[in-house]
Design a protein around this ligand. Structure first.
Ligand code: NAP
Length: 246
């Protein structure tokens, strides 16, 4: 029997940020393939339309909203647009993110503010706006995509690392806060996945040893289709060629 049944998410609706490419695209396609209606959110409308076309061609349901996670009004509007399109919200995947890398002494506060706005402040706003709607379901899920740097630190990644630690902290606090409301809040923290982001951040890595975005999507699917009372909070997932927590 498949781990996740084909129609496991029938009648449920999700927001996936950063759905225009990479991990977010794979998550959106994976959710839709299991019956979930998906609101795709990112800045690149043309790329999102391609993802929407792909989902619809496979018989799934998707809408798009142009959203800049660094802009509060845009993030607030994303929840409103989703409710207008679908009438309910069951799953929120905070996946959009980016990094600026380099030595501390050549970084600046503009870079700090930009990364924190998208990777930490945006997901905070989205969680804040989504929770009242998620609470209406008997079981709902938030999946925040962290990173190995949610719990570790690497040279020349101070700003990105700080943003992912912030997201991790918020995730832990919110998980406890809404636990009794039937909302499960998960931090999913991958190592190297073969996307644009990693080819910029780690051009030294051999792409053949990286994980595929679909592998991360499979874990999201598992999390949002689980039945039972167990609470899964932090999940670390690493490429096979790296030491798991090195
Ligand atoms: N790849 C890895 O090895 C890896 C490892 C650990 C964690 N992660 C995390 O996984 C998540 C997805 O990354 P990825 O590897 O798939 O990277 P990616 O291919 O570069 O995709 C990033 C996504 O985030 C969106 N995004 C970036 N800035 C945005 C903004 N201001 N507003 C709205 N959307 C924005 C992009 O869409 P638009 O450009 O269209 O806005 C794009 O869809 C990120 O949070 C990243 O930190 C990745």
């Amino acid at each position: 029997m498949a781990l996740v049944e084909n129609n496991a998410l029938e009648g449920r609706f999700a927001i996936v940020t950063g759905a225009s490419r990479g991990i977010g695209r794979a998550i959106a396609i994976g959710l839709a393939a299991h019956g979930c209606g998906v609101m795709l959110a990112a800045r690149d409308e043309a790329a999102m339309e391609d993802v929407r076309g792909e989902i619809e061609a496979a018989g799934g349901r998707a809408c798009t909203t142009v959203c800049d996670m660094g802009d509060e009004a845009s993030v607030v509007a994303l929840v409103a647009d989703t409710l207008k399109a679908f009438g309910r919200l069951d799953v929120l995947v905070n996946n959009a993110g980016f990094g600026i890398y380099g030595p501390m002494e050549s970084s600046n506060t503009t870079e700090w503010d930009a990364v924190m706005a998208v990777n930490a402040r945006g997901p905070y706003i989205l969680c804040r706006e989504a929770v009242p709607h998620l609470r209406k379901q008997s079981l709902a899920h938030i999946v925040n995509i962290g990173s190995v740097v949610s719990v570790k630190g690497y040279a020349e990644q101070a700003i990105y690392t700080a943003s992912k630690h912030a997201l991790q902290g918020m995730t832990k606090a919110l998980a406890r806060e809404v636990q009794s409301d039937g909302i499960r809040v998960h931090a999913l923290c991958p190592g190297g996945v073969d996307t644009e982001l990693v080819s910029k951040a780690r051009p030294d890595l051999d792409r053949s040893v990286l994980m595929h975005p679909e592998e991360i999507a499979d874990i999201v699917l598992f999390l949002v289709t689980r039945r039972g009372n167990a609470i899964i909070d932090e999940i670390s997932v690493r490429r096979a060629s790296s030491m798991p927590w090195a």
